[in-house]
Design a protein around this ligand. Structure first.
Ligand SMILES: Cc1cc2nc3c(=O)[nH]c(=O)nc-3n(C[C@H](O)[C@H](O)[C@H](O)COP(=O)(O)O)c2cc1C
Length: 234
């Protein structure tokens, strides 16, 4: 079978799975924005496709994960991509990067579902997020712990971390995300503010965390879409 035919059949598989989505779950197309046609060439590809079949779009309230565990223990990947607008007004995606984060939150603000992340000034990911409005937060199954450690200890300034950590980058409506995720939050930046040393009401926290004056910037972002694995395979 040609590569094209294989890609076509994988796309049909997506369509079938979407049509048969469980009740109460928003309709979602796993193919929506899943840019490249999936070509099955290895066991890893098959595994990734099966995982994608299990990802459904749900409302933020349907998220079953405990946020303390999901962010603080499982950790998440913050993924963003530089973007340019060409002379004809077309959006051109540039370089994507991802980094591990374990400080953050989810909740409600300004009557919107929001996610909050905190980035130190040295992070390449911060440089990208400062230039773009959108990013994603991806929570991976436990078997990707090494990949998370890698993305939390190497900078995308120096290398392609997706390749090094064997993670698959994809785009949903131009927003980059990591295909191996079991939960993905797509976020649109609403507010960014660097922490102010004068605003700490407990000085100890400031002294312990910011000896180099490398204060986090807090980003509050609207959660515009949630993908959640419908069967827990952790
Ligand atoms: C478990 C873990 C959690 C982390 N959480 C954060 C975080 O919340 N904010 C942050 O700025 N850096 C955090 N880091 C550090 C960044 O992931 C790390 O500096 C990374 O190399 C930055 O990559 P970049 O330069 O490609 O953006 C964390 C690292 C690990 C291993």
């Amino acid at each position: 079978m040609s590569a094209d035919r294989k890609g076509g059949s994988a796309n049909r598989m997506f369509a079938t799975a979407n049509a048969a989505g469980p009740q109460g779950v928003d309709t979602m197309s796993t193919t929506e924005g899943v840019g490249s046609s999936p070509i099955i060439s290895s066991t890893k590809d098959i595994y990734t496709i099966l995982r994608l079949l299990m990802l459904k779009s749900v409302r933020p309230e349907a998220l079953v994960d405990n946020p303390f565990k999901m962010i603080g223990k499982d950790w998440m990947l913050v993924t963003a991509c530089t973007r340019k607008i060409d002379e004809d007004g077309n959006v051109i995606n540039g370089r994507a990067n991802t980094m591990t984060a374990s400080w953050g939150g989810v909740g409600i603000l300004w009557n919107k579902p929001v996610a909050t992340i905190y980035l130190r000034p040295t992070r390449y990911t911060k440089e990208i997020i400062d230039q773009t409005d959108e990013f994603s937060l991806t929570v991976l199954p436990e078997k990707y712990r090494n990949a998370l450690n890698y993305c939390g200890s190497h900078s995308g300034r120096d290398e392609d971390k997706f390749r090094a950590a064997k993670l698959t980058l994809d785009f949903m409506n131009d927003v980059p995300w990591v295909k191996e995720g079991r939960v993905v939050l797509f976020c649109r930046k609403l507010y960014a503010q660097e922490m102010d040393p004068n605003s700490f009401t407990d000085e100890k926290i400031c002294n312990q965390n910011y000896r180099k004056n490398d204060f986090h910037t807090m980003y509050i972002a609207e959660i515009t879409k949630v993908l959640m694995e419908t069967r827990d395979t952790k």
